[in-house]
Ligand binder design. Structure first.
Ligand SMILES: *[C@@H]1O[C@H](CO)[C@@H](O)[C@H](O)[C@H]1NC(C)=O
Ligand SMILES: *[C@@H]1O[C@H](CO)[C@@H](O)[C@H](O)[C@H]1NC(C)=O
Ligand SMILES: *[C@@H]1O[C@H](CO)[C@@H](O)[C@H](O)[C@H]1NC(C)=O
Ligand SMILES: *[C@@H]1O[C@H](CO)[C@@H](O)[C@H](O)[C@H]1NC(C)=O
Length: 539
């Protein structure tokens, strides 16, 4: 059966235009997972954070008593009337329906008829403590949305602990202590929820408010959810936005209101007097006529419907999530890590939908340059493998180094990448920029670096000129050869033929005719070797 009264609406997915789209009926209650909206691209789904309606959760629980045989009536016994401790001829008999008080009667409908109730055996074994554990299990995480209310048919117990579990009963934490005397029973100072504040709202307290014994008229015990909500949402819970905002950012607060199980530990029945009346132990027992627990399935803001099937609650997950609490992404939708929906931004929240896994994208776009994709676990992403046609990149959308994009070609054109053709002698490397320009060495220019700047000449790449016919003139009749050297008349030397050869040889002046032979110096030999022997002016 479905928990949500609005199942039919959710299942049909209300279609509304973006202009007319109303916010969810009660905004902030997140009761739609998606709507269809109109955009420039036509109709599209708009996904939102969503949660099931709050409902009576006692319909979906399993109850367990410890000790298991603690319910009265097996064997039949008599007990004293609630109001009158000296009228002790009431009967409990498990085998007679009208006289039986089984645990189910804590969760039945309490109409106008005399209330039905569960009742324990009496305190026959006094002074051995009369203790009962009542465990309520949902086998599902639920979020409490209203006070837990326990109505006792007998007096309210002198000592009791309400406990909760978040892990299906493996571990338990106290939720609240109840006693007529907190200090005596639990070594705690008595407090009431009203003594708390936003900052201490998660404090576990002992309260004496509900344990005033056997004689008072009130039979009810609360665990105050709403008073705690009110620290954020204001006294009449008008500002739920503020509460949702807090819940969104404070996991501890969310967890505080979340349970899988509750346990009521009845530790000492109402005695109402200082001493236990040992002659009338049939006065003392526990009896509970009603337990109220309102809440909703915890679906991590990914579902509005919770299904009760085979005695099990399960969220009907949206946003491509799955699991009893929508706590993970569906198979093939693990394209990014799962996360719960967010109440923020108010009022529609964020769906945090699961997106298709990379490996399931058969058409990871490679622009026709590859027909194989590979999932890279480390990066949680998919890439095209072995891009052809000189392309590269995750989607073969870039040109390999040494190539540039043909601006007038489509990305899926086989010729989209053009080789740079940088001149290997004139350029620093073989890469070019987006319009095919290479990076040139000093003195070099041109898109491909195959031209020389003025003052430079190509000689295995551009070299600065040694001589030229404009600025660097060869002197004393020398002539410039290929801009790399001056060819000098026999008597001159130097880069620009600016020196007399005899000066270099140290043989100028009066005795220039004798002494060292003019062409025999080692320097000259070196020079002739360097310039080559073909020069007609040297010999
Ligand atoms: C109730 O549960 C507590 C905690 O597990 C345990 O210590 C105690 O013995 C139980 N009481 C009964 C009556 O089973
Ligand atoms: C889940 O995935 C399917 C397939 O991509 C998509 O059509 C659908 O809208 C998704 N649902 C949600 C709620 O994101
Ligand atoms: C660039 O692409 C266009 C369109 O495909 C083509 O006509 C042109 O020849 C390409 N240019 C080069 C340099 O390959
Ligand atoms: C490439 O470099 C040239 C020369 O520096 C420049 O004019 C051109 O704008 C550059 N193109 C791009 C795409 O950067």
């Amino acid at each position: 059966m479905y928990l949500s009264r609005f199942l039919s609406i959710h299942a049909l997915w209300v279609t509304v235009s973006s202009v007319m789209q109303p916010y969810p009926l009660v905004w902030g209650h997140y009761d739609l997972c998606k709507t269809q909206i109109y955009t420039e691209e036509g109709k599209v789904w708009d996904y939102m954070a969503c949660q099931p309606e709050s409902t009576d959760m006692t319909k979906y629980l399993k109850v367990k008593l410890d000790p298991p045989d603690i319910t009265c009536g097996d064997p039949p016994e008599t007990f004293c009337a609630m109001g009158n401790p000296y009228m002790c001829n009431n009967e409990c008999d498990a085998s007679t329906p009208e006289l039986a008080h089984p645990p189910e009667l804590m969760f039945d409908f309490e109409g106008r008829h005399p209330s039905t109730f569960w009742q324990s055996a009496t305190w026959k074994e006094y002074p051995k403590p009369l203790q009962v554990n009542i465990t309520l299990s949902w086998s599902k995480t639920i979020e409490l949305t209203d006070n837990i209310v326990i109505t006792f048919e007998s007096g309210r117990p002198d000592q009791m602990i309400l406990e909760k579990s978040l892990d299906y009963g493996r571990t338990w934490q106290p939720y609240q202590y109840y006693a007529t005397d907190c200090l005596d029973a639990f070594h705690m100072d008595p407090k009431s929820v009203k003594d708390l504040s936003q900052h201490t709202v998660l404090e576990i307290i002992c309260t004496e408010e509900y344990s005033t014994g056997y004689t008072t008229n009130s039979k009810i015990i609360h665990f105050e959810i709403k008073d705690r909500f009110a620290f954020f949402a204001g006294p009449r819970l008008r500002n739920m936005a503020s509460l949702y905002g807090q819940l969104d950012t404070t996991k501890k607060l969310r967890d505080f209101f979340t349970v899988t199980d509750l346990r009521i530990r009845l530790l000492r029945p109402a005695v109402g007097e200082i001493f236990v009346d040992e002659l009338h132990l049939a006065r003392y027992f526990y009896a509970i006529s009603d337990i109220k627990v309102r809440g909703r399935c915890k679906c991590n803001l990914h579902a509005t419907v919770c299904v009760y099937d085979n005695s099990k609650l399960t969220c009907e997950c949206e946003h491509n999530t799955t699991g009893p609490d929508c706590g993970k992404c569906k198979k093939n939708y693990q394209g990014r890590p799962w996360s719960p929906g967010s109440y923020l931004p108010i009022p529609k929240g964020t769906a945090n939908t699961c997106i298709p896994s990379i490996s399931s994208i058969g058409n990871c776009e490679c622009f026709g340059h590859s027909n194989r994709c590979s999932y890279i676990d480390l990066l949680n992403t998919v890439i095209c493998v072995s891009c052809k046609h000189n392309t590269r990149g995750q989607h073969c959308e870039l040109c390999r180094l040494g190539y540039f994009r043909n601006a007038s070609a489509q990305l899926d054109d086989e010729n989209v990448c053009i080789e740079c053709y940088c001149n290997p002698l004139g350029s620093i490397h073989d890469r070019c920029n987006g319009s095919g320009f290479c990076e040139c060495k000093t003195g070099t220019t041109g898109p491909k670096c195959d031209e020389c700047l003025p003052g430079n000449s190509w000689h295995y790449g551009c070299q600065p000129n040694v001589c030229d016919n404009e600025l660097l003139h060869c002197q004393n009749g020398g002539t410039c050869h290929n801009n790399v050297r001056c060819l000098c008349p026999a008597a001159y030397t130097g880069i620009l033929c600016e020196k007399l050869r005899c000066e270099e040889a140290g043989s100028c002046g009066s005795d220039s005719g004798q002494g060292a032979p003019p062409y025999g110096s080692p320097a000259l030999l070196l020079l002739t070797t360097l310039l080559g022997t073909a020069s007609p002016l040297v010999f």
